[in-house]
Design a protein around this ligand. Structure first.
Ligand code: HSO
Ligand code: ZN
Length: 424
């Protein structure tokens, strides 16, 4: 834990830095993996499953039987929870649909935009220490609402060649029928290039380790789009004197437990809340099964005491957190001061876990300062917006002179003529 009491503003630029990730020889390995998948398709994926996941997978496609078995392994309670989360995510993302708005910019000139779904999308779900089946809902629900024709899901198998049953259950609940046992950079390569079993997609979504992130970046060379650049998860909690230290500590640890590279920041104006939150973190961490990850994440994390709430927000805007929690009484007043953040949680009862799972907002968000220029995943992430226009003869008469003059000034006489020939 790094503790700072009233740090000078000059030092803030160092405090907002993320831990630097080692980029060791990743790119060479990504190129090799893409080449291998391009050459040997499904066979390459089976070999990678043996090598990286120690799994013997005859078929990389999921069977009906595996889906039925997965259903049996999930308790009814968990099924209901997943269904409720799915409903809330659907409601929130459906509300993002917008009516088409036709605008007459000049009499006889009508312009508008229409959405068309990205035809084929790929969803990557990591396996490993915490298989995030909630991410299946966060990506598949808006993909379905947008009208994507094909949704492909890849996730790594365990040692026995199986996929986590909750991932399968959530995928099936969202109507995803193309589920494949492959993980890491090779899964991204497969969704980019296509194999005998896996269709090539137009856009790839989902979190992953640094190999997955590097592979998604590499995939863009093939004309595939990605959801956003990614980095380890983070939260910044702002607290005033009425904040509850135990709640703040729980929120900080909920993000710290994601991985040793996660980062959490706590910033407050109140000395008592400051000290008690640090104490609560040290207490609560003891009981967490993933406390080793959390402890490592805390080493990279800062606890900061400042003079005013305005300063906490100024700091937060400089940091641009993936998640921002305002554990302050007057949160309404401070909303207009928020410039950079992925997703914001207001008041003492809005824990980040609510947005991670079930309130309805999306948990695929910009990390690593990208909240300065990227939005989180939404319905828009699954569509392209096409502009349309219709000019009547009168419309072209009204606008013609302007176009002709501008075309001539750019030296583009064919452009000018496309107007003149019509108005002769
Ligand atoms: N906090 C993660 C999402 C997540 N949390 C999934 C639990 N499951 C990144 O926003
Ligand atoms: Zn989380």
């Amino acid at each position: 834990m790094k503790i700072y009491q009233y740090p000078t503003k000059d030092s803030w630029k160092d405090l907002v830095k993320r831990p630097v990730l080692e980029q060791k020889e990743i790119s060479g390995r990504i190129t090799d993996i893409f080449a291998e998948v391009e050459k040997n398709g499904d066979n390459a994926l089976r070999e990678f499953n043996k090598k990286f996941d120690k799994a013997d997978t005859q078929s990389i496609s999921i069977t009906e039987e595996e889906i039925e078995n997965a259903e049996k392994q999930i308790s009814n309670e968990l099924k209901q929870a997943i269904q409720q989360a799915k409903e809330n995510i659907s409601t929130f993302h459906a509300s993002q649909k917008q009516e088409i708005q036709k605008v007459e910019t000049v009499k006889g000139v009508v312009c508008w935009r229409e959405n068309r779904a990205v035809e084929r999308v790929g969803i990557y779900i990591p396996g490993g220490t915490a298989p995030l089946f909630s991410t299946v809902l966060m990506l598949a629900v808006p993909a379905n609402l947008a009208g994507c024709k094909e949704i492909v899901l890849c996730t790594p198998p365990d040692k026995n060649g199986n996929i986590n049953p909750a991932i399968l259950y959530a995928a099936n609940l969202c109507g995803i029928s193309e589920i494949f046992k492959t993980g890491g950079a090779q899964a991204v390569a497969a969704m980019t290039l296509g194999t005998e079993s896996i269709p090539a997609v137009n856009k790839i979504f989902g979190p992953g380790n640094q190999f997955v992130v590097a592979a998604k970046e590499y995939a863009q060379r093939y004309g595939v789009a990605i959801d956003m650049p990614a980095g380890p998860s983070e939260v910044l909690v702002i607290a005033d004197e009425q904040a509850v230290p135990g709640f703040c500590a729980a929120d900080l640890l909920s993000q710290a437990e994601h991985g040793s590279d996660s980062q959490v920041v706590f910033i407050t104006t109140d000395l008592k809340v400051f000290e008690e939150t640090i104490e609560a973190v040290n207490q609560q961490i003891k009981d967490l099964p993933r406390n080793e990850f959390a402890a490592q994440a805390l080493e990279n994390s800062s606890f900061i005491l400042v003079n005013s709430l305005e300063e906490t927000l100024e700091f937060s805007n400089l940091y641009a957190p993936e998640h921002l929690i305002l554990a302050i009484a007057d949160f309404e007043k401070y909303i207009p001061l928020i410039e950079n953040a992925g997703s914001v949680f207001l008041g003492n009862y809005s824990c980040e876990s609510a947005g991670d799972y079930a309130s309805g907002t999306n948990h695929t968000l910009p990390t690593n300062g990208y909240a300065k220029n990227y939005s989180g995943v939404s319905l828009d992430s699954f569509v392209k917006k096409i502009t349309f226009q219709h000019l009547s003869k009168e419309g072209l008469q009204n606008l013609g002179k302007t176009i002709e003059l501008m075309a001539e000034a750019e030296g583009l006489f064919a452009h000018k003529n496309a107007v003149s020939i019509r108005l002769k």
